[in-house]
Design a protein around this ligand. Sequence first.
Ligand SMILES: [Zn+2]
Length: 452
Amino acid sequence: MSDTVLTAPPAETSSAEGEHRRLVVISVDAMSVVDVPFARTLPHFARILGGTWGSAEAIYPTVTYPNHTAQTTGRTAAGHGIYANERVTPGERFPDWFWDARDIACPTLFDLAAEQGLTSATVGWPVTGWSPSIDIAVPEIWDLAGLEPTLEVLRDAASERGRAYVDRHAAEIGWDRKHRFGRFNTAVATDIIRRERPEVLFVHLVDVDSARHGTGRFTLEVKEAFERVDGWIGEILAALEEAGVAEETNVAIVSDHGHVEVGRCFRANHELAEQGLVRLDEAGEVAGWDAWVHGCGLTGQLHLHPEAGEAARERVLGLVADWVEDPEIPVQAFHPLEDMREDYGYSGPFLGILEGTSGTNFQNLWEGRSLYGRFDEDYAFLISQHGHLPEQDIQAVFAMAGPDIAEGGRFARCTVPDEAVTFAHLLGLQLPEADGAVVNEMLRVPAGSSAR
Ligand SMILES: [Zn+2]
C-alpha cells in the first residue's frame, strides 16, 4: 500500500498528471435514469449524482451478467463471451449462472490492475468467482438449497483473501426463499476498505432489482429498497473517509438495465415439446432435444442441438417464422445471429433471438402451458423484467463524483462498455480492445486521443 493516503492531492488535480488514484464502483442493479430525481432526495445518492451523470445504454441482452461483464471489460457479449445470466442447460429448471470469471473471453480491468500492481477487490460482482487476478474477491454465487450450501460455494469461489471476509460476515447474509446479499456485501466492502484500502473496488447491490421483479417498477417496496441502498452507499463513503482515501477516490454508481412490466410468461419449450423438438420421459423430464429456447428475460435465445441436422434446423426456423405470424404466440420477431452480431455486438452458440411482444417474459420451463397471463389465477411469476432490446424503454444510469470528475455535469447518453473504458482511463490502464470510449463529459480534464 502506498503512502499517498496521507498526502491526498487537491481536488483540482487530475490523474492525467500522474497522481495516484483509486476507484470505487457501486452497481445499483436496475436503477434507471427516471429514478434520478427521487434518488437525489436521498443524501448519499445525492453526493454521487452531484458530480456528473447521464444515461447508459445497456448491451444486448439487457440482463445482469452480460452488462456487469461489459462494465469490467469494455466489450459487448461478442467480445467478452458472457452471453446470458445462466448457462444453457436444457432440462435443468434452475441452471447455474455464469459465476466463473474464467469464462470471460477477454482481459478485465482486474487483470490489467494486477499487471500494474494495483490491489483490486470485488464484492457480489457478477462473474468474479475463481478469478485468477482479483486480490480480494467475494463473488456473487448461491445454492438455492439453502444458506449453508450457499456459504460453502461462496467460500469455494472466493479468492483466498476474500474467504476471510466471507467467514467474518457470514451471519449478515439474509435468507428467506433465497439469498439476500445487500447487507452482507456492504459489510464486506466497508471492512475491505478499512483494512486493506484497495485501489480498485467493485460492489454490486441488488435490492432495487429484486423489489422491482417481485412487486413492479415503481412500488413502495422499490422506494424502500432505494432508501436502504442509500444507507449502504453512505456506509461505503464513510469507510473511504475513515480509511483516509476519500479525497483520492473517484466513486461511480452504475446500473445494468431498466425494467418493463410483465404481461405474460411464455414457455417456448412447451411449444417445442408439443412439436417433438423437445422430448420428455415418462416423468415429464427432458430426455432429448433438437431445439431449446433459453430465456433471457424479455428475449429468448434459440438454440439448436449441436448434433441436430439440417432438416431439424429448417424445421425449427420454419416453426419460429410461424410463431411470429401467429397472434396467439407472443413472439414479435426473430433476429438471426448475424444481425445480432452486426447491430449489437451480440454473439453466442445459438441461431438467433426471439423477441417477445412487449412485456413477454421467456421462461426456460417446459411443463404446464405455453402461456401464463397476468390475469390467470395461477400466475405467480415476475411482475417486471428486462432483457429487451437495449434502445427500448428506460435506460440505465452512469454517475460519478470525485477528484477527476466534473461537478454538476450532465450528458445525454453513453453505453455500458464506455463505463469500463472510463474506469480504465481514470486508473491509468489501457484496455487492449474496447467497444466503447471514455465518457469525456464526466472528466475535469478530458482524455486525449481516445476521446469519444
Ligand atoms: Zn440486473
